[in-house]
Every structure is written in structure tokens, then in C-alpha cells.
Design a protein around this ligand. Sequence first.
Ligand SMILES: Cc1ncc(COP(=O)(O)O)c(C=O)c1O
Length: 459
Amino acid sequence: MEVKKVLLLDDEIPRQWYNILADIKMNPPLGPDGKPISPEQLAPVFPMNLIEQEVSDKRWIDIPEEVLKVLKIWRATPLMRARSLEKALDTPARIYYKYEGASPPGSHKPNTAVAQAYYNKEFGIKKLTTETGAGQWGSALSFACAQFGLECKVYMVKVSFEQKPYRKSMMSVWGGKCIPSPSPYTKAGREVLEKFPDSQGSLGIAISEAVEEAVADTTGKTRYSLGSVLNHVMLHQTIIGLEAKKQMKKIGEYPDIIIGCAGGGSNFAGIASPFVYDKINGKDIEIYPVEPSACPTMTRAQFGYDHGDIAGYTPLLPMHSLGHTFMPAPIHAGGLRYHGMSPIVSQLIVEGLITPKAVNQLDCYEAGVLCAKTEGIIPAPETNNALACVIAEARKAKEEKKEKVILFSWSGHGLIDLGAYDKYLAGEVIDYKPEDAELKKYAEILKNYPKPEMIKDYR
Ligand SMILES: Cc1ncc(COP(=O)(O)O)c(C=O)c1O
């Protein structure tokens, strides 16, 4: 019988996350004084148990039972073979995907939202604040907070708030409170609105607003939660790749190519990290994080120190950054409109362990519609970026007559993003590509910060 999907039973779900910090060396985040930041300096923003994870270099970290109990609502996610897509492309490649759209909010985001809500609850926190781009992260955290009885406040990038009203509805059902950003309720939001009253918002602005609200709470019972970028988020997402490895082993397969879209880097790092470990230990695998050419953080930005948000509230992180005031074009993949990149993903690029790619918005929608017609699932606009790359690689395999095994992360479904598909089908979606001069202007800001050491081949 032809295998279409590979499942894992509840007792086969991995019990530990893989921490890649045991296997790569990184530059430290820096505080306002330019010195490595101490855990105590981060304490007003994150609970200490998550700060400990952020800096841990232990290779395997146990997943708490309470976290597993919630993850089991939808995990393990199926590993699917995209047989109809393969047929449509007439490719010798075998294409597999991890379907993360199976979660209640519809993406990979609750893998870390559940863990973060749990650790905050354990630490005595009552309320979490956060930002959201496309709304996937805000709904994931609202869902997770409902599971652990925490309050949740979400600043949603205005352009997405208006494009995707049902994301707010989802958050409300789970008890989360969602407001558009920039908002008049924080200093960071007011400053943007004064300069740009029509601002469509950005993840960098929404992060500033959410951090500001968390730190301003004098009861000490509110913390901020980030849906991507940071080391502990990448850690929690490794369950994707660890499951995929088990599932591929069950059918005697191993990937030649791994692909994931990357906004802050978490679903990509989640699927890729356990295989990067194999690559470090001698396996021959091509690993591609994919971004929109409208927001070319990995492919056209420098590796430098920069803030994760517009107001400069976050520490300086060693990462690829377009400059924290960069305003990405209003592409529909809201979750990929971010000026920076996870320091872990950035370090893997510096070391040559992974090779970033950029794709155009129109190619993404063409890929998404082809996958919807063949595989049946309507992908999230972010996932379409991965799909465009998967299709290009499958076509290349055909040209080269090679039976490549491709594994990718189908990071979410697009059922709350149908307005974007309507626009594409009406011919209203366009490509954006920033000019070199524009990128240079925004990147000037990085000159104000120290240069991270280029750590390469230290093993
Ligand atoms: C469905 C989906 N995929 C991908 C992303 C990008 O985030 P990350 O790079 O952290 O996986 C997002 C972010 O909102 C998303 O909603």
C-alpha cells in the first residue's frame, strides 16, 4: 500500500527537546551598557525558569508532563507524503511535510506558547503580554493561556488586524484581549502615531508595546512572551523535527533537503535543528530557510548586533538585521514581516550549515494554490514561501533526474487568510523588492552597535 501519512502514538511523542546551543557557539546578547546581559536584567520581562532555558547549553531538556498533556491535543502532527503534488510536478523527488496546521489555532506556534504559559504559571505569573503579526501567535498564546488559566493581552500589527478580523475573534473565544498596534496606550505606540499617524504597524512596534506593558505592571505578576527569535522558542519547536525524524525512520526515509519559511526563524529551526545536529556530525543535507524578497533579512542584511524592537527595549541580539526601524512592505505573509532573525538561525548561516533563499510573493501564491488543489490543504501565506522553494527544488530534481527526498514544514493553514487568496485570484497581489539604497539607509543604525564576533568552524 502507498504510504500517505505517518503517525505517532501518544507514547511515541518525544519526551525531550533538543537544544542546539550544546552544539554551536554563539555571541551573547548585550545590555544597554554594551556588556553581556545578565539573567537578572531580563527578569522584569521573562520568568527566571525561561531565562535559564534561554542560556542553557544542556543538549536534551525534559518536556514537563503538564506541557505534554496539552500538546497531545494535536501532537504528534502527521508526516504527510505530498504524492499529488509530486505527480502534478512530474518529479522524481519524494516530498514529505510536517503538517503543523493541525493545532487548534492552526500553526506551529502553540508548541512554544503552551510551554511558555506553563513556565510562567509555574513562576507565579498571572498575565502575559505579546505581539502578533498575522495573528497566529496571538491566537496560539491566547489558547495556551486559557489552558493554564492566565490572562493574555495581544498587540496585533494593524495591517493584519484589519486584513484578518477572525484572528481577533479566535483570541476572544480563548479569553485573550487583542488590540491593533501602534496603539495610543503605550509610549512606544504614541511615538510612532505622532510621527506616522497612518502607520500600518510592524512586529518591531508591536513588540515594544507589549514589552512596555509587561514591565510597567507594578504588581510583578505580568511578563512578556515572544513567539519566535529567542533560543527557548527555537528549543520548544524542536519537537517538530524530532517527531519528523522518528516518522521518517518508520518508513526507512531520510531527507536530502529540508525547507521551512522563516520570519523570526522558529518553525524552520524546529524542523531543521535535529537534522543540523546530524549535519554537524557528518550527514550530507541541504537546509534552506526561506524568506520573502520583500523582507530580505537573511539574504541581503548584515549579521550584526541590533534590537529586536523599534523602541530599543530588547537587548542587542547577534543576528541578521535589516535595522530595527525597517518598515516591510504590506505583504500578506504578516508573520514574515520582521527586520531581524533568530540568533540561532543567524549563527547557522554564518557557519554555512544552512543556506537562506528568498522568494517573490506572486510565486508564493502560485505555489500555495497548486498545493491547495493537489494536496487539498489551503496553506498559510507564510507557508507559501516554503512551498515556492519546495516546488523549485522538486523541479530541479526533475531536470537533474535525481530522486531527492525533500522534507518541509507546513507551518500553518490559511483558513483565516482567505482575503489574501481572494486578492491573489483577482490579480491584486504584487511583488515587492526593496532597493539597495533603501536597505542601506535602514542598516545605518547597526553602525551604532558593537560588531559580533564571526564565530566559524570552531568545532
Ligand atoms: C503560519 C506561520 N508560519 C510561519 C511563521 C513565521 O514565524 P517563524 O519564523 O517564527 O516560524 C508564522 C508567524 O506568524 C506563521 O503564522
